[in-house]
Write a new protein. Structure first.
Length: 434
């Protein structure tokens, strides 16, 4: 990803230097295990650790690869330049390239998952704080983009909190599923390397051994991982879309923080655009873009092919870097979001009590009017609000059929906003606990 949409800690996971350091640790720990098993001399294993403080020369490895056309061989050649060709002769003993590549890739994805988990935890804290702050801030709920019934801004934040909390669970599960390693040799039979080597390497790297690998770790694990990133990205877009709607001039119930000196448009000085949430919508598309290729990587020929490789070299860094940036940006948007309670109330009252139609409908049925007749009575008065700008309560009070079933006091009571917020505490307890 370009620096504009990247954060350094996640980018560092995918740098060539980090990759080669992980490759080195895999090879060195494998040598230790083989020495413990008496497969190679102890002094050769110890010699490999002479390179533990070496910063591998990426340019030199690239130079060797230009000749060998093989990245792992290029790295091993460069390692031997530091360790000594005779001392390094047992490095990679009984191993195949995928043992290094796949195990490294899963280490990187696991580290990326740790950052994403921390990102989600930060976002959840911001959503919870704003939910509590606006627990009783009444706003109109909408369905199909049309006024429905009153809700609260706190419930809106709580809804997004619950969704992101599910995403946190998904991300933790995805981390657990991807945290496997394989040091099983060609076609995964351990013919030339003891399974105990794999166990040792995985233990040192914080992984668990893949129960059965071929020459590669099964790609259904990776498909699930990137699918999880896609779901999280979709949830980010869900939040961003709501904020973009609220910031529309005709709505203006909330807006992104507009900093001093910020400019909204090169042409129109009055503009304050929802640029951050629009950006998040676009970034979500990029993360989801990786999901289908990851799914298609599951089907490989026989024990291994490399059709997955070029895909993963792109989607690994791109998806995790992008999602990390997006989660951080969304957290900042939520933290600084400017909320306008007065505008929320004004919007809700724009159609003069129309949003209380269901309460009147239910009251009429409870008073003995059939549902069909009750619906007809309420709707004919509601349409006068839509079409003629009338006041809903006034029209109801002037409707003889309605007043025949409900007293003026009963009609008046149906316009109490508190009726719609009486169970907010119950919902909050379900979302956030007692």
């Amino acid at each position: 990803m370009i620096p504009r949409y990247s954060r350094p800690d996640m980018v560092a996971i995918w740098s060539p230097k980090t990759k080669f350091r992980i490759w080195y640790e895999i090879e060195a720990h494998a040598c230790d295990a083989m020495a413990d098993l008496g497969v190679i001399p102890r002094e050769n294993a110890e010699a490999v650790w002479k390179a533990k403080d070496v910063e591998f020369d990426v340019a030199r490895i690239d130079e060797i690869e230009a000749v060998t056309k093989h990245d792992v061989i290029a790295f091993l050649t460069h390692l031997a330049e530091h360790v000594g060709s005779d001392e390094a002769r047992f490095v990679h003993q009984g191993m195949t390239s995928s043992d290094v590549l796949d195990t490294c890739f899963n280490v990187q994805l696991t580290r990326a998952a740790d950052i994403l988990i921390a990102d989600l935890e930060g976002l959840l804290a911001a959503l919870k704080r704003r939910a509590i702050e606006h627990k009783e801030t009444v706003r109109i709920g909408r369905s199909h983009g049309i006024h429905a019934e009153p809700t609260t801004m706190g419930l809106t934040f709580a809804r997004f909190y619950a969704e992101m909390d599910r995403n946190l669970s998904r991300m933790r599960d995805a981390r657990a599923e991807i945290a496997t390693g394989a040091i099983s040799g060609a076609v995964g039979t351990f013919a030339n390397i003891d399974p105990r080597v794999e166990e040792h390497v995985c233990d040192q790297l914080g992984l668990v051994p893949e129960p059965i690998s071929t020459q590669v770790i099964p790609r259904d694990r990776h498909a699930a991982f990137f699918a999880t990133l896609g779901v999280i990205a979709s949830s980010i877009e869900n939040v961003a879309t709501e904020i973009r709607h609220m910031q529309r001039t005709e709505v203006l119930e909330a807006e992104e923080f507009f900093s001093k000196g910020q400019k909204g448009s090169s042409a129109m000085p009055h503009k304050r655009n929802p640029v951050l949430t629009e950006n998040l919508t676009g970034l979500a598309r990029l993360v989801r873009m990786a999901v289908v290729p990851a799914m298609e990587n599951v089907a490989l020929w026989h024990e291994r092919d490399i059709s997955h490789s070029s895909v993963e070299r792109n989607i690994g860094p791109d998806s995790t870097v992008t999602l990390d940036f997006a989660l951080s940006r969304l957290t900042s948007v939520i933290d600084k979001l400017v909320v306008y309670p007065d505008n929320m109330l004004a919007n809700m009252n724009k159609f003069r009590g129309l949003v209380m139609s269901q309460r009147v409908l239910l009251a009429l049925t409870q008073a003995g009017v059939s549902r069909e007749d009750a619906y007809r009575l309420v709707q004919r008065n509601a349409m006068k609000v839509w079409e003629e700008g009338k006041d809903f309560k006034t029209e109801l009070l002037g409707d003889a059929d309605v007043v025949a079933a409900l007293s003026p006091e009963e009609i008046e009571e149906k316009f109490d906003l508190g009726y719609h917020t009486k169970h907010v505490d119950t919902i909050f307890a379900r979302v956030f606990g007692d």
